[in-house]
Write a protein that binds this ligand. Structure first.
Ligand SMILES: [Fe+2]
Length: 337
């Protein structure tokens, strides 16, 4: 990490009061270490930041073109990794906490500190921001690794059952599109994608010959196939997903009228994600080619979910599925996502 004491730090001072700006510059010049650019408007700061290579921003909260949190929000939006320290005339603790929640690193009140305090505050703000950024990047990496792992597990199952190659990926695509249509937030959509990608993981326990010809299964074989949701939920039970993935897997063959398996739960006792996966799963299975039959086509898939809307399948999910597929036209699934 750069030794912040050894370099002149480019600092952007955003302060509309020329007298205050002058005073701050004098105080910081006394302690040294800063190369200060001064602007008196937020709009000018937003122009200066992209090319300024600033190490930090010292920001007044009451500017002619920005009040309260507006300045912080605009700078954070433009340069999310740039540390911002407030230096304001408003001695208001609640305002200070609010500013920190909006993403600035610290809150100083004019007249309550001299140059050394401002200098130290800025340096610690930069260090804290660097740590925060490193943590954010680590979290992003872990999230990516989690999704890659989930995809790998998904592919592992499909390698064993090549007749349904891409099934879980296509179900995930459709389920997420339905979830988006139903207004699920980004976090829930990530969970829905995860659950969809591994919804059939329990089929690892099902003999491969039972999987390739589900239309001709004996009663005994079907009893085994019917265990796959519970087995799947059991397989991933110890993974601490931040979403109810085990329940999505457990319930993806349940039906809202209670006619599904393995438990015969009904209506809202089936979580929304599982109701979405159920419709996407059936839809994809009908539309796609299987070794024992050709693809049955979009019309057959629409007929099935419309016919049982509100009975087997959640009516709102069916409507959303129809809407998203109709938007996509003849090719409801992308070849890759
Ligand atoms: Fe399944």
């Amino acid at each position: 990490m750069t030794n912040l004491n050894a370099v002149m730090l480019p600092l952007l001072l955003v302060e509309d009061n020329a007298g205050d700006a002058r005073l701050i510059q004098i105080m910081l010049a006394e302690v040294g270490g800063f190369q200060i650019s001064w602007v008196d408007r937020l709009s000018k700061a937003l122009v200066a930041i992209p090319d300024g290579n600033f190490g930090a921003v010292l920001l007044d909260l009451s500017l002619p073109d920005a009040r309260g949190m507006e300045g912080i929000d605009a700078i954070r939006h433009l340069a999310p990794t740039l540390p911002v320290v407030i230096l304001t005339g408003l001695d208001d603790e609640e305002m200070g906490r609010c500013a920190v929640r909006h993403g600035c690193q610290d809150y100083l009140v004019k007249g309550q500190g001299e140059g050394n305090l401002i200098r130290r505050t800025l340096i610690y703000a930069i260090e804290r921001k660097a740590v925060e950024e490193e943590r954010r990047q680590n979290a992003e990496t872990l999230k990516r690794i989690l999704m890659q792992t989930v995809r790998t597990i998904s592919l592992a199952l499909e390698m064993r059952d090549p007749y349904t190659t891409g099934h879980q990926r296509r179900v995930a695509q459709l389920a997420v599109a339905i979830g988006l249509r139903l207004g699920l937030d980004e976090f829930r959509l990530e969970g829905l994608k995860t659950g969809s990608l591994i919804h059939d993981i329990g089929k690892l326990h099902v003999p491969a010959e039972f999987l390739s010809r589900p239309g001709r299964l004996s009663v005994e074989a079907f009893q085994v196939v019917k265990m796959h949701p519970s087995l799947g939920a059991e397989i991933i039970r110890n993974i601490e997903f931040p979403w109810p993935v085990a329940t999505m897997i457990q319930q993806h063959h349940e039906r809202v009228d209670g006619s599904g398996y393995p438990c015969g739960v009904k209506g809202d006792d089936i979580i929304l994600e599982a109701r979405i996966i159920a419709v996407a799963d059936v839809f994809e299975a009908i539309v796609s080619h299987r070794p024992y039959r050709p693809a049955l086509g979009l019309k057959a898939a629409f007929d099935e979910i419309r016919l049982h809307s509100g009975e087997r399948y959640d009516a709102a999910v069916v409507d959303a599925c129809i809407a998203v597929v109709e938007e996509k036209g003849e090719q409801p699934f992308d070849s890759e996502d």
